[in-house]
Design a protein around this ligand. Structure first.
Ligand code: A2P
Length: 306
């Protein structure tokens, strides 16, 4: 595989993936087909909570069964939702995702957040402004994740939205070390210390919201409109999106920009034939302001990252 990096267990992951959070069910199958068959994406990032795994599975099945691309040439990730942390639920949730994605194994399965919710009808059980947590430790859930590897349901396991201290704890008992920590990473939230910590422990990092999630249309700074990024983009005759993706690649992270638009799918993948100079990298590093576009305190009433 071209443009890949090796995870600590030896498996290769393509360095740029396609995100599917907020990818509309109506458009996601066509986007996946275009991305894989026309553009060259080989890494697709999914999650059960995104509510579109069946549609993605339909596209993957069509591609693989038509023998256009071999299953082993794709790298597919999914994530265990917070209501499924109960050890007995982990395998069921994974098998449901496999059925939805029409796959018999995942390349990577992540614990989506290091927080367990009570299971029931709601994906986010909010009571009096606070999410209802379940008394399940990450240790219990991780053990069940490890058994998925032994059973051959997943090749690799990892985590998402883990802070340094959550990893410090996990590393004390993990028999299988997480291969990846997927977190929000972009020039306004560079998380230099977490990136350095993960590098030290050979945990690769996937960058979600690498474009600053412009689709969320929130108040606050708009990454793709940053003046310094615009001037670097102009110099390279590239778009700001391409500059921030290139920055993510050059710092060794794995960006997963989401798009269901064919032009933007192509644009985001067209970042392998230019590079940013050291001084441009430094300038972009200097834009960090610890700004999160994705902060669950707004949804769950829990200051998860504080
Ligand atoms: P669309 O799917 O219509 O292309 P992130 O991955 O940081 O969360 O960003 C995803 C959001 O950015 C989506 O709303 C997506 O919309 C939009 N987007 C994706 N690629 C680009 C691009 N190259 N330029 C501008 N917006 C983009």
């Amino acid at each position: 595989m071209r443009n890949t990096i090796a995870l600590h267990n030896g498996y290769l992951v393509p360095t740029l993936g396609l995100g599917t959070w907020n990818a509309d069910k109506k458009f996601v199958a066509d986007a996946i087909k275009h991305a894989i068959l026309e553009t060259g994406y080989r890494h697709i990032d999914c999650a059960s909570i995104y509510g579109n795994e069946k549609e993605i599975g339909g596209a993957l099945e069509a591609i693989v069964s038509a023998q256009k691309i071999k299953r082993e040439d794709l790298f597919v990730t999914s994530k265990l939702w917070n209501t499924d942390h109960e050890p007995e639920q982990v395998e069921r949730a994974c098998k449901q995702t496999l059925a939805d994605l029409a796959l018999d194994y995942l390349d990577l399965y992540l614990v989506h957040w290091g927080i367990a919710f009570v299971s029931g009808k709601e994906a986010e059980p909010i009571r009096n402004g606070q999410v209802e947590m379940a008394a399940i430790s990450i240790q219990q859930t991780w053990k069940a994740m490890e058994s998925l590897v032994k059973k051959g349901l997943v090749k690799s396991i990892g985590v998402a939205n883990f802070t340094t201290m959550m990893l410090v704890d996990l590393l004390t008992y993990a028999r299988i070390k997480p291969v990846i920590n997927q977190v929000e990473l972009h020039p306004y939230n560079a998380q230099v210390n977490l990136v350095e910590f993960c590098r030290h422990y050979d945990i690769s990092m996937t960058a979600y919201s690498p474009l600053g999630s412009p689709g969320l249309k929130q108040k606050g700074p708009v990454l793709l409109e940053d003046i310094d990024l615009k001037s670097i983009a102009k110099k390279h005759r590239r778009t700001v999106a391409q500059i921030v993706l290139r920055w993510a690649l050059q710092r060794g992270t794995i960006p997963i920009p989401k798009s269901t638009n064919t032009g933007r799918l192509d644009e985001n993948f067209d970042v392998f034939d230019f590079s940013l100079s050291e001084s441009e990298m430094r300038l972009i590093n200097g834009l960090d302001r610890g700004y999160r576009y994705v902060n669950p305190v707004k949804w769950w009433g829990i200051p998860y990252f504080d």
